[in-house]
Design a binder for this molecule. Structure first.
Ligand SMILES: [Fe+2]
Length: 87
């Protein structure tokens, strides 16, 4: 039987501290290495599909980055110490 897991309220998702920053960096490095390997020697029979997915995936990832930035600004705006974002 699966344990019941209460879904965390979306407006409070900035309060969750997982995954850790180290986990995120490790995952990012793994993905970067895998993509670099793929692009250095792409299997020619899948080249069109790879290019298509990159065209679709890169703007999608960019949108994630924009949402992350919005979340960071939102969290900082709620902090009573009024911290400033320095990018
Ligand atoms: Fe996504």
């Amino acid at each position: 039987m699966r344990p019941t897991v209460r879904r965390f309220p979306r407006p409070e998702r900035g309060m969750i501290s997982r995954p850790t920053v180290d986990d995120v960096y490790r995952y990012r490095a793994h993905i970067d290495r895998a993509i670099e390997e793929l692009l250095n020697d792409p299997p020619q029979e899948h080249l069109q599909e790879i290019l298509h997915r990159l065209q679709l995936g890169l703007p999608h990832e960019q949108q994630h980055q924009e949402l992350l930035f919005m979340d960071i600004k939102h969290i900082l705006a709620q902090n009573p110490l009024c911290p400033v974002y320095r990018g």
